[in-house]
Design a protein around this ligand. Structure first.
Ligand code: HEM
Length: 791
């Protein structure tokens, strides 16, 4: 919670439910905590003021959060050079979740000192009408940084704590946000007592309904009446007296009896109908009983689960958790956004139940750090899901394998033999070739027609990966076998589609075939095709290598990944079996194509919606590379603005917005107990757009990364490639590919939006991609004509 200098905040906690309140003050601001059985009066008034010099960058803002109670007054005074003052603004924003900009009570302009350039001031005053969090924002709309003097004068209303009992301490005179943490220890006894009362209440209700319920008996009786034949009603009529024909009653009665048979029949028919209508009344009662039983069961289950979580010291969990489906009823697509909302509401460490599977949802850098450093090995497993079983070769592929010797061996081969800086550098000609081929394709396209970008980026990445893996390209120029290309395209796109879909059967404690029979069939079919395609590539390379016999050169042995691995297979057939080679090929092709192609598409979409950023990137390229040659990979370190663009794109649209891991043993996160076998989801998307960590988090502002050039991580608040043991092994390759492609497209073409507005809707498959593909128009830049002519 936020506090400010000399302020007080009232927190209500019922002593029935709360046993203890703890205050954590990690920044050592020193805060007092008082407890009182009565609500204290808001009657103390204190004045405090702070003056501070601020340096605010161009088009940016500085913010400070305070807690103010109703009746407080806040006065802000800004002083700055007169030429900048008009573009400086101070506002107060109210609210913790929903923001509301307050209007000042008073606004005056002051004439102050006169130096070389006169310093002028402006003053605003606000009256606070509600206890809430308030954010002071100083907005600089100048195109240059400004130095400003900010004076804050607050007349603050505080609660009178003279009648309070316990306390602990503070005072700090600057304007930093003050975050304290209050935790409430639940009074378990109170919860159990209430649970008992609810159970008793439901039980009594059921009992009461049962006692009043003569329906079941009459229901049976009436059913009997309804089933008998025409003569039976007369028999029934005599049931309580004597048997028919042996009566002692008088004649009248006899005659009435005999003559009344048809009436009785009619009466009984009516009674029969009565029975039917009673029966129809009985149904709602039965339904109600069933419903109450169900409700009783649900409440009991949810409350028991809730208590157990508290008793077991598990993190907070949204209430209620339902039997069988757990919290699945809460989710909708896209999952990362939905989970982010849950974290906003319940906190950054949440314990969820995806059907029968426990899930730890983490949405803060500190909790992510705890999972990926202190508990790195414990969380180094991946969750076992259907896709991993069928597409991951029974969880033996690098991405799906559990942490252990097998995974270590695969990871070693991938990082040393395939994705090492040396090998990535050696294969730079492939990337350059493929990017040039993309440019040629765009040059041939109709300039008045919009081009769909995603298929082009996918083909670029696929050709690139297939050439690295098997020295073979499948698309575009100089590809003869179109049918084969289509087949490969389908295998890869189906893999992206099915690999990214979560199956409900993964989470329900029921046999998988009930919910995922169809999905499993498609996964098995697809995997068969993938295995046969990968094996055919291995055989092709094996044939080429054996045909060269011992005359094979060092250069040939390292032409592509399969060659390197087949060569290693000779000396260590077990570590480099065909199975392992196939698995690695599959992993690289699947992990490498969609993530990078998707990021390229996001980056181009963002550039087209922010033409000033595109222009600045083009200027940088013109300045650093010029117009006489095409940009190449060795230029990338000089292109710092382009690097910021890529970082900002992966901040807003990380290819893996939810990083999935699983715990192999019990551990603690944020002081909570996390059981073994818990799926960990780090909501990277939520962390990278957290308003507490990022200024204007949803805006595309590449310059925010200007200070951290060259690095692709900022602690645990920005890590698009993950972190720790299971972090992406291909960051270097991906960054080169992204950098070279975007730089070439920006250097060679002028870009325009293809349709009126670019739709930025997200779709979460194997990676986070655009729901609707980007359509863009491009014209070759005349200034690059000489280069493009030769390309
Ligand atoms: C923009 C491009 C990319 C992004 C943003 C990205 C991001 C990620 C992330 C977030 C993870 C999970 C990290 C974790 O679990 O902690 C990951 C894992 C992985 N990535 Fe990437 N990736 C990209 C490109 C690539 C490429 C081009 C390849 C391969 C050629 C690749 C191969 C892998 C593999 C094999 C893993 C699994 C590692 C393991 O489980 O041990 N990625 N990536």
């Amino acid at each position: 919670m936020v506090l400010g200098p000399s302020s007080s905040r009232l927190v209500k906690a019922s002593s029935v439910f709360v046993e203890k309140v703890q205050l954590r003050d990690e920044d050592k601001n020193r805060a007092f905590l008082f407890s009182s059985s009565e609500k204290p009066e808001l009657s103390i008034e204190t004045n405090w003021s702070v003056s501070s010099y601020l340096i605010i960058g161009p088009y940016s803002r500085k913010r400070f959060s305070l807690w103010l109670n109703r009746g407080s007054q806040i006065n802000l005074r800004l002083e700055a050079q007169s030429s900048t003052l008009n573009q400086l603004e101070a506002v107060v924003v109210k609210g913790e979740q929903k923001y509301e900009i307050l209007l000042p009570k008073l606004r005056t302009t002051l004439n102050l000192l006169t130096l070389n350039e006169p310093i002028k001031g402006t003053e605003v005053e606000y009256a606070i009408e509600e206890d809430d969090r308030y954010r002071l924002e100083i907005i600089n709309s100048n195109s240059r940084s400004v130095i400003t003097m900010l004076n804050v004068n607050v007349s603050s209303k505080k609660y009178d704590i003279t009648k309070a009992k316990n306390n602990c301490s503070t005072t700090k005179g600057n304007l930093d946000d003050w975050y304290l943490e209050l935790s409430f220890v639940a009074r378990v006894v109170a919860y159990i007592a209430i649970l008992g009362l609810i159970v008793l209440f439901i039980f009594l209700m059921l009992k009461y309904l049962g006692a009043c319920d003569s329906v079941p008996e009459s229901y049976v009786e009436q059913t009997a009446v309804q089933e008998i034949t025409e003569t039976h009603p007369i028999l029934l009529e005599k049931k309580d007296g004597c048997s028919y024909g042996t009566t002692n009653h008088g004649e009248d009665e006899d005659s009435r009896d005999s003559s009344s048979s048809s009436e009785d029949l009619y009466d009984d028919h009516e009674r029969g109908e009565q029975g039917v209508s009673d029966m129809s009344k009985a149904h709602p009662q039965i339904d109600l009983t069933m419903f109450l039983y169900l409700l009783y069961f649900l409440v009991l289950y949810a409350m028991t689960k809730h208590f157990l979580n508290k008793i077991q010291n598990l993190p907070q969990s949204p209430f209620p958790v339902l039997p069988i489906i757990g919290h699945l009823y809460l989710f909708k697509n896209p999952l990362h956004r939905c989970l982010s909302k849950l974290s906003d509401r319940y906190g950054p460490i949440l314990f969820l139940q995806f059907g029968s599977r426990p899930v730890l949802l983490v949405s803060s850098p500190s909790a992510a750090e705890e999972c990926l450093t202190k508990n790195d090995i414990i969380f180094a497993n991946r969750p076992h899901l259907l896709a991993g079983k069928h597409l991951g070769n029974n969880y033996t592929n690098l991405t799906y394998a559990s942490y252990g010797d097998h995974w270590r061996n695969l990871r070693r081969i991938a990082t040393l033999e395939i994705l090492s800086s040396h090998r990535v550098q050696m294969l730079s000609h492939i990337r350059a070739d493929e990017v040039r081929s993309l440019i040629r394709q765009l040059l041939r396209s109709d300039q008045n027609q919009a081009v769909e970008m995603k298929p082009l980026f996918l083909e670029l990445m696929l050709n690139n990966m297939l050439r690295m893996v098997a020295a073979k390209r499948y698309y575009g120029e100089s590809v003869e076998d179109i049918e084969e290309a289509k087949k490969v395209h389908k295998i890869v796109t189906d893999g992206n589609l099915l690999g990214g879909t979560s199956n409900i059967g993964d989470f329900l404690p029921l046999p998988k075939w009930i919910f995922s029979g169809g999905d499993v069939k498609s996964l098995i079919e697809l995997q068969k095709k993938r295995v046969s395609f990968m094996q055919s590539l291995i055989e092709e390379r094996r044939k080429i290598l054996t045909s060269h016999g011992s005359s094979i050169s060092e250069e040939m042995k390292t032409k592509c990944m399969i060659d390197v691995l087949l060569y290693l297979q000779e000396s260590d057939p077990e570590s480099y079996s065909d199975d392992i080679i196939r698995g690695l090929m599959q992993t690289l092709i699947t992990s490498g194509t969609d993530s990078s192609a998707g990021t390229m598409e996001w980056a181009m979409s963002l550039l087209l919606t922010n033409p000033e950023v595109l222009k600045e990137a083009q200027n940088e390229l013109d300045h650093c590379v010029g117009h006489d040659r095409l940009v190449n990979e060795s230029d990338l370190p000089k292109l710092s603005y382009l690097h910021c663009i890529i970082k900002e794109t992966t901040r807003l649209y990380p290819a893996g917005p939810l990083i999935p891991h699983e715990s192999s043993e019990e551990c603690t996160v944020g002081g909570f107990r996390i059981p073994r076998g818990t799926i960990l989801l780090i909501n990277l998307w939520a962390i990278q757009q957290d308003p507490k960590l990022w200024d204007e988090p949803t805006r595309f502002k590449p310059k925010r990364f200007k200070q951290s050039e060259g690095v692709m991580r900022d602690g645990f608040k920005y890590m698009p490639f993950g972190s720790g043991r299971r972090g992406c092994p291909s960051e270097n390759l991906a960054m080169r590919m992204l950098g070279l492609t975007l730089a070439s497209l920006i250097q060679c073409f002028e870009w325009e939006v293809g349709s009126e507005k670019i739709d930025m809707t997200e779709k979460l498959g194997i990676s986070l991609c655009k729901a609707n593909s980007l359509q863009a128009k491009c014209r070759p830049r005349p200034i690059m004509a000489n280069v493009l002519y030769r390309i």
